[in-house]
Design a protein around this ligand. Structure first.
Ligand code: C5P
Length: 220
């Protein structure tokens, strides 16, 4: 019998997160959310039930996709942990801002002379947390939820990607470079924990998403 995505529940994280230091100032990154939308559109075309948890982006979601909007990494974590229990596949395409300001000032911080030092604390590793829960929750060969992450690096991409896949207990990792950020296109290599390595040529994010789902089909 051939594989069917019909009814499978796919959860995708997408976009950047914003980490506020006061009501009007925040740190973030250049993620556009386009990869997340491409994954959502492709999963929907395949017949899956798709939910996206997205940080703030300016490009609109494709068609009938259900989107849970969040701003901060903590909000994203809380939504994802709630939805993860019912997911068959989780694709973490979000560029979660790695740190947040240690203190949030409810009032706008006044301008003053001299240097200002900003103390940052690490944000929760969302997909890493889910990987840990999956590991703890039973048999080693447990397949679901299938976990897919992204690794974006400026150097030593393959080694860093493989390390992330292992440490976060992922089934697949999509290695790509910062040139993909905000771009319509992506040059990616897919690594599976089975040892499969698939180098894709420069392509659209939609076609990259198609290749990712093809590899997951083979994996399952
Ligand atoms: O930031 P890092 O390179 O570790 O990101 C690798 C993967 O982990 C990506 O799939 C990203 O979405 C996910 N991640 C996450 N929570 C974080 C940081 C990254 O889920 N705080």
């Amino acid at each position: 019998m051939s594989f069917s995505w019909k009814g499978l529940r796919v959860l995708i994280t997408s976009g950047p997160t914003k980490e506020f230091l006061d009501p009007v100032r925040f740190i973030t990154n250049a993620s556009s959310g386009k990869m997340g939308w491409a994954l959502a559109a492709e999963a929907w075309r395949l017949g899956a039930k798709v939910t996206v948890v997205s940080g703030p982006v300016s490009t609109p979601p494709p068609g009938k996709i259900l989107v849970q909007w969040v701003e901060t990494a903590i909000e994203m974590r809380n939504q994802v942990l709630k939805l993860a229990k019912k997911a068959d596949l989780i694709v973490s395409a979000a560029a979660v801002t790695d740190w947040r300001p240690k203190k949030f000032s409810p009032n706008k911080i006044k301008r003053r002379e001299g240097e200002v030092h900003l103390a940052l604390v690490p944000n929760p590793d969302i997909i890493g947390e889910i990987g840990k829960i999956k590991k703890k929750s039973g048999a080693k060969e447990r397949k679901f939820p299938v976990l897919v992450g992204f690794a974006l690096e400026t150097h030593d991409l393959e080694r860093a990607a493989l390390k992330k896949m292992r440490e976060k207990n992922l089934d697949m990792i999509v290695a790509n470079s910062p040139a993909s950020l905000s771009s319509e296109r992506i040059r990616a290599t897919l690594f599976l924990k089975t040892g499969v390595k698939k180098k894709l040529s420069l392509t659209t994010k939609r076609l990259c998403a198609r290749s990712i789902f093809n590899e997951i089909e083979d994996f399952l």
